[in-house]
Design a protein around this ligand. Structure first.
Ligand code: RRO
Length: 317
């Protein structure tokens, strides 16, 4: 379960990667220098979503800290395809792990242009198709409808043999059906969950706090939702799953793997602890080693104490 893992033909050192847009590797390198490279916390790096044209993103405020998570309304600021290919991609290629490039467009044709251009670059090991941003309407519509996913993959699958990962939204009535459509039309993997649509009100005025009106909820608040959706999707597809949504510890990562994920992505927790990816991978490794040593479910996996039996979520952080 832990240790090196094969994913869509990539050999990864461990099963923990980052969620797209939650860890800026170039900013980390600017701030801390090349010292971040040998200690890079993730086994593969997923870059922030790019679009064909540059985008400013949503007006501020863009973040709201919720009691058990974060609501973002970032709105996809990025320098566009040309800027990414010219400036970011060569620098991201210096990271010591494979690079997965996340792209989004508002039609299959636009996504096709992005996929062709990115996949032609040797720096990109795989692509993630973001059909699930809650802060741009077209992305949400595409990702919630199996027929739209089928049409998208029919358009882009022939464009590259590189792995295509489809990032799914939890804001769908039947996420299993969307995942099944992705698999049937050629996706190599699915990743889930993107953020859940939510909002916060200005405490004084009662108006929407976020510049975009609504945003995407992430963090521990959505972990149980993510777990259920990963479990549901795992029953519907045989392609690998990248599970994410509120993972903070090795125990949480192990739960996602048990629910059917092959990889686990860490997102919101990296804002609190930039080394969270490495810590969670270490915790997972230790947990798996302990369980191999004591495989009896009545042994190491059983609750250690009455307190843990009664309140496992409190004591098994
Ligand atoms: O940039 C964003 O606002 C954003 C994106 Br692209 C996404 O996929 N998920 C999210 O919560 N925010």
């Amino acid at each position: 379960m832990s240790g090196p893992v094969a994913f869509c033909g990539l050999e990864l050192a461990h099963p923990v990667v980052n969620g797209s847009g939650t860890f800026d590797a170039l900013a980390a390198q600017r701030t801390f220098g090349d010292a971040v490279l040998p200690e890079f916390p993730f086994a593969a790096y997923v870059s922030k979503t790019i679009t064909r044209e540059p985008r400013q993103g949503n007006p501020p405020p863009r973040l709201w800290e919720a009691p058990a998570g974060l609501i973002n309304s970032i709105g996809l600021p990025n320098r566009g395809l040309d800027g990414y290919l010219a400036d970011d991609l060569p620098r991201l290629a210096q990271l010591p792990v494979p690079l997965i490039v996340n792209v989004m467009g508002d039609s299959p044709e636009h996504v096709g242009e992005l996929v062709s251009a990115v996949a032609a670059r040797p720096e990109a090991a795989a692509l993630e198709l973001n059909v699930s941003c809650p802060n741009v309407k077209s992305g949400l519509i595409m990702g919630a409808d199996p027929a739209e996913i089928a049409a998208l993959l029919d358009r882009v699958r022939p464009l590259t043999p590189k792995p295509l990962i489809v990032k799914l939204t939890p804001n769908a009535t039947d996420v299993g059906a969307v995942a099944a459509a992705a698999e049937a039309h050629g996706a190599d993997a699915v990743s889930l969950v993107n953020t859940l649509r939510g909002m916060a009100l200005h405490p004084a005025t009662g108006a929407p706090w976020l510049g975009g009106g609504t945003g995407g909820v992430s963090g521990p608040a959505i972990r149980a939702v993510a777990l259920a959706q990963i479990h549901e999707v795992a029953a519907r597809v045989s392609i690998p799953i990248v599970g994410m949504g509120g993972v903070q510890t090795g125990v949480h990562a192990r739960d996602f793997l048990r629910a059917g994920a092959t990889l686990v992505a860490v997102g919101t927790e990296s804002f609190r602890d930039p080394r969270a990816g490495a810590r969670i991978a270490d915790e997972l490794e230790a947990l798996v080693r302990k369980e191999r040593t004591f495989p009896d479910p009545a042994g190491s996996n059983a609750p250690d104490s009455r307190a843990e039996r009664e309140n496992p979520q409190q004591t098994r952080a």
